[in-house]
Design a protein around this ligand. Structure first.
Ligand SMILES: *Cc1c(COP(=O)(O)O)cnc(C)c1O
Length: 387
């Protein structure tokens, strides 16, 4: 099992997020090494997975671009040092002031999700006497083998433009004086572990590009979104996702045209495994048939188990070698869904032990709320615990 700086942890109030920045650095190295093996591959980090400013700074320094889904994310990315020309901005409900921010800062492109949005971008770009770059988010009607709430590429979906409208919107944009259409964008879902899903997306993009080619339309950029999953069951065995196979799948299956760039927007795969939510066992409560391990972290700190039925490994890091016992691991929030794991085998724990909920670096801290008037959890880095 991974070792944690327990002694230093015990001087902090729990719960808090612990980010292993050595693992983050190794992950970023692997991404850069593997992506550079393929011509024209550009990787962006999906800021929504974890927008902790210090984490963003580390990722910006590594050279990745940023994928944003709100004006505030664009702002956070710029503040963390991501260059504007490496920022892409998606989202179905971009407001005028958010679009203006992107135009004023000169971001690389808007991933445009509807004709209605395109018209507003044209209008706002004209008001600034600028040309806005857009890529159209096309809904490829490709399913992903993942949780229903995190699949986004099926036909009836609030995201993106239907495939049959693709030529129409591209033609429309060509007549707009303040719009430059620079490519197509796709995103089929999240926590995808089957390379076949990415292969299916590649095949669909090949069909669409053939269609465009027949009409003499060529585009500079293809953006395949994110979605590469992580191994929630084995964070110690698989701390770094298989970026090699992931990029190789696209290199092999997606037929890039000459000079075209292929963009990626990875969130979870970049930051998921570096993070653990550190909590303390408050009580061991004996029920009639089971024992509850009640900890001081709850769904307000990490909502994924309650929201998606997500599994996270849980370790008793104060007594890692202890005999295994079975617990329902639950939090303090007044909701029955405030459960991290049911009938979960964990080293025996007692009041005061430190507990690590693993693989919590993505969609953890950023989704926290103050429900029950709780404090927001803080994010602490490896370097905060050096003596
Ligand atoms: C959420 C999202 C991503 C990142 O997804 P991950 O599964 O974390 O890689 C990328 N692009 C878009 C448009 C998204 O909405």
């Amino acid at each position: 099992m991974k070792t944690f700086p327990i002694k230093q942890f015990s001087q902090r109030e729990t719960p808090f997020y612990y980010y292993d920045t050595e693992l983050l650095a190794q992950t970023l190295d692997t991404i850069n090494t593997e992506a550079k093996k393929h011509e024209g591959f550009c990787v962006h980090y999906a800021v929504k997975a974890n927008a902790n400013p210090r984490i963003l700074q580390i990722i910006a320094k590594s050279g990745l671009g940023a994928d944003c889904v709100s004006g505030n994310e664009v702002q956070a990315a710029l503040e963390a040092g991501f260059p504007a020309e490496k920022i892409v901005y998606a989202g179905v409900a971009k407001k005028d002031k958010e679009i203006l921010l992107g135009i004023d800062k000169g971001i690389f492109c808007f991933n445009c999700e509807s004709v209605e949005e395109l018209m507003v971008i044209q209008q706002l770009a004209a008001s600034r006497k600028k040309v806005a770059r857009v890529a159209f988010r096309i809904n490829p009607n490709v399913g992903a083998h993942t949780h229903a709430n995190i699949t986004t590429g099926l036909a009836e979906n609030k995201f993106g433009i239907p495939m049959e409208d693709m030529e129409k919107v591209i033609m429309l944009s060509r007549d707009m004086p303040n719009i430059e259409c620079v490519g197509l964008h796709f995103h089929i879902g999240s926590q995808i572990l089957e390379m076949d899903d990415f292969k299916a997306l590649s095949n669909r993009i090949n069909e669409l590009q053939d269609r465009l080619e027949e009409q003499g339309i060529s585009l500079q950029n293809i953006n395949v979104g994110g979605g590469l999953g992580i191994d929630y069951n084995n964070p110690d065995e698989n701390p770094i996702p298989n970026f090699k196979d992931y990029f190789a799948t696209y290199a092999e299956c997606l037929n890039l045209r000459k000079g075209q760039k292929l963009h990626f927007e990875l969130g979870r795969a970049v930051v998921g495994q570096m993070g653990s939510l550190i909590a303390t066992t408050i009580y061991i409560k004996k029920g009639t048939h089971k024992e509850f391990c009640i900890i001081d972290a709850g769904m307000s700190d990490l909502i994924r188990p309650a929201l998606y039925d997500a599994h996270h490994e849980i370790n008793n890091i104060s007594n890692p070698e202890g005999e295994k016992k079975v617990y329902d691991v639950v939090g303090p929030i007044c909701e029955s869904s405030d459960v991290f794991a049911k009938e979960y085998k964990m080293a025996e724990t007692k009041r005061g032990d430190l507990i690590a909920i693993r693989s919590a670096g993505a969609y953890g801290e950023i989704m926290a709320s103050q429900y029950n008037c709780r404090n927001l959890p803080v994010g602490l880095l490896t370097e905060d615990f050096r003596d």
